[in-house]
Design a protein around this ligand. Structure first.
Ligand SMILES: *[C@@H]1O[C@H](CO)[C@@H](O)[C@H](O)[C@H]1NC(C)=O
Ligand SMILES: *[C@@H]1O[C@H](CO)[C@@H](O)[C@H](O)[C@H]1NC(C)=O
Ligand SMILES: *[C@@H]1O[C@H](CO)[C@@H](O)[C@H](O)[C@H]1NC(C)=O
Ligand SMILES: *[C@@H]1O[C@H](CO)[C@@H](O)[C@H](O)[C@H]1NC(C)=O
Length: 298
């Protein structure tokens, strides 16, 4: 189908007609397989991105255009093997040019396209900030090397303090790996997102919004019938909220003062899905729902 025809059809019907030449940004329908029961989280508005790399969908992201960072990424967990790949950072061409190809692309070594820099975060935003590029969908929750490489797109990261990214949040991600690798028998769906500050904070003068907290939840409807007692409350779902600022109040996540610097103040609090949804509902001011029927409909 030609581009012209594609546009006119799009106006009448939906982007689906345009297949791979468009529709990866703006619509989750090509990548609903990354959501439990094909049901994306409810309660937050943004730009859906079906994250495509080397011509395959790898995961899904709800992107906040004005924040130049994601609200959440959703993916299917698979047991990791081998080392973490080197991060070659990519961007989403369709955020700048709606008719561009749907595959994520590598940042060029030469001068940046200003339309790309306007539409999303670029490596320079992070390079001189005191924040790391905190993956929402982490490379270590995937077996396939190409799936792992696909997580290195700036549309899948938000500004995260090193004390969280290399500390309690990394520990939490590795616990999730262990729990799901050992006891989840079927598909495990994971959604990881951010909670903004009540009054937004930014790196580089309103370039990229900084989250006050990270959150995550998994849904594994089919799990081992011989769970150890300590894990009985972790199936079929578990959620958590992690601090990204030692100065935050302790209402949501208390601080363990016996932790050592640089990890002091970056605690992660595991909690039930209901408790997570309660905090998200409160902060977003709208009923927030992460999984279809709270992952109970197996
Ligand atoms: C980062 O800071 C250094 C030193 O202040 C400066 O030379 C460099 O141009 C900055 N880089 C970016 C991408 O802003
Ligand atoms: C993930 O968990 C499995 C099962 O416990 C373990 O063998 C593996 O080393 C873990 N991988 C990572 C990257 O932590
Ligand atoms: C926390 O507050 C202290 C004192 O006001 C300040 O120096 C520090 O930069 C703040 N830390 C963060 C992560 O905002
Ligand atoms: C949230 O859900 C409750 C119960 O279903 C409903 O009464 C309430 O109006 C909803 N609130 C919003 C902001 O949608």
């Amino acid at each position: 189908m030609t581009y012209q025809r594609c546009i006119s059809v799009t106006l009448l019907v939906v982007g689906a007609w345009c297949g791979f030449s468009s529709g990866d940004v703006g619509d989750f329908s090509p990548c609903l397989k990354f959501f439990y029961q094909g049901w994306p989280p409810k309660g937050i508005a943004g730009t859906p991105i079906c994250q495509r790399y080397e011509n395959q969908y790898r995961f899904a992201t709800l992107y906040g255009r004005s924040r130049r960072s994601p609200w959440f990424s959703a993916y299917v967990f698979s047991r990791p093997e081998g080392k973490r790949p080197r991060g070659h950072w990519k961007y989403e061409p369709q955020l700048a040019y709606p008719t561009a190809g749907g595959n994520m692309a590598y940042f060029p070594k030469s001068k940046l396209d200003p339309n790309v820099a306007e539409s999303q975060a670029v490596p320079q935003d992070y390079s001189n900030s005191s924040y790391t590029r905190g993956h929402l969908n982490p490379s270590l929750h995937h077996q396939d090397r190409t799936d792992r490489k696909a997580t290195f797109t700036l549309t899948n990261v938000a500004p995260q303090r090193e004390g969280s990214n290399d500390g309690p949040w990394a520990t939490f991600e590795s616990q999730v790996n262990k729990t799901l690798s050992e006891y989840c028998k079927g598909v495990a769906y994971v959604v990881t997102g951010v909670i903004p500050y009540l009054k937004e904070r930014w790196i580089k003068q309103r370039r990229v919004a900084i989250p006050e907290y990270y959150w995550s939840a998994y849904c594994c409807p089919s799990y081992s019938q011989s769970l150890p007692e300590s894990l009985s409350k972790r199936f079929p779902t578990l959620a958590a909220i992690g601090r990204n600022d030692p100065n935050s109040t302790e209402e949501i996540v208390p601080v363990d003062r016996s932790k050592k610097k640089p990890f002091l103040g970056y605690d992660v609090r595991p909690m039930s899905l209901q408790t997570l949804e309660m905090y998200l509902t409160k902060r977003y001011g709208t009923n927030f729902s992460v999984f279809y029927e709270q992952c109970s409909g197996s």
